[in-house]
Design a protein around this ligand. Structure first.
Ligand SMILES: [Zn+2]
Ligand SMILES: [Zn+2]
Length: 152
């Protein structure tokens, strides 16, 4: 699920323990506002790693079993190799995707806290009426009520 920030860039420092976001200025890219760390009520899927391991070893052993049967027919190693490769691929994917191991509840919370954080963060930004960008105080021209780029 993709989260849509009000600034062009943001950093997501959320983890299984909680949520934290940093919103960056559209003009200078500096930190405009960092939200408080909010504890998560839910965390990882309890059985994910175990489940994955089981699935992987299941795939491997059935491939080996298939392979063993294949030996008799003389087509061993292909099935075994394929089985092992499948097992490895399943394992790596899970590690690559940062939040894939989190429960659905965690994702729900993640999105909810993200939206609340945005509302809070917006108060610390200045919306330029001309270019519609959210900029930090350093990039804001109070006199002109424009961002420093539009004001110059
Ligand atoms: Zn700025
Ligand atoms: Zn502007």
């Amino acid at each position: 699920m993709a989260l849509t920030p009000f600034t062009k860039n943001y950093q997501d420092e959320s983890n299984e323990k909680g949520f934290q976001f940093t919103f960056l200025c559209d003009l200078c890219g500096g930190i405009g506002y960092k939200t408080e760390f909010i504890k998560a009520k839910t965390g990882k899927k309890g059985k994910l790693i175990k489940g994955l391991g089981a699935a992987a070893s299941l795939a491997t052993s059935s491939a080996i079993r298939r392979g063993t049967r294949g030996v008799l027919r003389g087509t061993t190693s292909y099935a075994v190799r394929r089985g092992v490769r499948t097992a490895i691929r399943t394992g790596t994917n899970a590690l690559e995707k940062k939040y894939v191991g989190m429960s659905d509840k965690w994702h729900e919370e993640h999105e909810k806290v993200f939206n609340e954080s945005q509302e809070k963060a917006k108060e610390h930004f200045n919306l330029c009426p001309k270019c519609q960008r959210y900029v930090c105080d350093k990039c804001w021209n109070k006199k002109e009520n424009l961002c420093s780029e539009c004001a110059s």
